[in-house]
Design a protein around this ligand. Structure first.
Ligand SMILES: [Zn+2]
Ligand SMILES: [Zn+2]
Length: 328
């Protein structure tokens, strides 16, 4: 199943000629998962070829303008279209209030199903709001093992990280996948091409003409393979929680606002350097590191950041807007 990661914005604080503000997208199983919505990211969203009418999940790391200001604009755009696909949104407390203000002052409407979940790391609860009209939460849901979303194919986990405001990092964790489907073997057992094939492809034991058929035992599908994992750091100074969250990630998208030389500034402003990002990648045993949230002071040349990180973690690349990576 195709899984792609798109960098929609890779600049810190201010946009530059080449870089928009923070946003990344994951495309998987007819759904788009967005992590942060920097100002005007919708332009990159379109340029990346992502479709505006797909089911969406949006995860906001924290309430700093460079990560959230693009959200209302994007939602206004969606309300212009005849959107019917749902949106499910997660972020820190006050996410609903932020949208409510846009409804009250600017008339933001959602003519499609929308659910907003505010994460409360203190009580370990999700506070659920449905639609933009009712100001009362609908529900409170206990969070177990930091899992904020769980589906048949993947889970999303969050971790509280250290920054100047409450900030969450997120991990997309695919569940183990079944191996290759061998249609010839299904045919050889006399199973017609039908809804039964779909079940077999997903590892389900089916009953056909009174016989139980286990697709793995019969070799109709290969053995399970580990799922893929992408971790997004948000803004942070390194700490234990991000390493735990990102353990064994295929890709770690980590902020690297500053080069090594500005380590003190990074500490002061609660941001990471290229070295911090590389050390986190190494400690969590990630396979690949993408440096993002690059300070505009490096707009003419960010190669220093990459060189520094590579000395510690060789499989590092520098984020560029519209970079697309397909995870095998
Ligand atoms: Zn930021
Ligand atoms: Zn920030």
């Amino acid at each position: 199943m195709e899984l792609t990661l798109h960098i929609l914005g890779s600049s810190a604080a201010t946009p530059t000629r080449e870089r928009n503000l923070s946003s990344i997208a994951i495309r998987y199983r007819n759904k788009i998962l967005l992590f942060d919505c920097g100002e005007d990211f919708q332009r990159r969203f379109a340029e990346a070829g992502l479709k505006f009418n797909k089911p969406l999940m949006i995860f906001i790391s924290h309430f700093h303008g460079d990560h959230i200001i693009g959200l209302p604009g994007f939602l206004f755009r969606l309300s212009l279209n005849d959107r019917t696909a749902p949106i499910v949104m997660f972020g820190p407390r006050n996410l609903f209030l932020y949208l409510l203000l846009h409804r009250k002052i600017l008339g933001l409407k959602a003519n499609y199903p929308i659910k907003i979940y505010e994460i409360d790391h203190l009580t370990k609860e999700l506070i659920e709001f449905e639609g933009l009209d009712s100001e009362e939460p609908k529900n409170k849901i206990k969070i177990q093992d930091n899992i904020i979303y769980d589906s048949k194919y993947y889970t999303i986990k969050y971790a509280l990280v250290e920054h100047s405001v409450i900030t969450y990092a997120y991990a997309f964790i695919e569940k183990p996948r079944f191996g290759k489907f061998e249609p010839e073997k299904a045919k050889a057992l006399g199973i017609p091409e039908s809804h039964l094939w779909k079940k077999l492809q997903e590892g389900e034991i089916i009953e056909y003409q009174g016989k139980k058929i286990d697709p793995i035992k019969e070799g109709i599908i290969g053995p399970k393979k580990p799922g893929r994992k992408i971790t997004y750091s948000g803004d942070l100074i390194p700490g234990k929680s991000i390493i735990e969250l990102g353990k064994d990630s295929d890709i770690l998208v980590h902020e690297a606002t500053f080069a090594k030389k500005l380590a003190e500034t990074a500490q002061e402003k609660k941001h990471s350097t290229s070295i911090d990002a590389a050390l986190d990648a190494k400690q969590m045993n990630a396979k690949q590191l993408i440096l993002t949230h690059i300070s505009s002071r490096y707009q003419d040349d960010a190669s220093k950041l990459l060189e520094e990180a590579k000395e510690i973690f060789p499989n590092t690349i520098l984020a560029e807007d519209l970079l697309k990576i397909e995870l095998k």
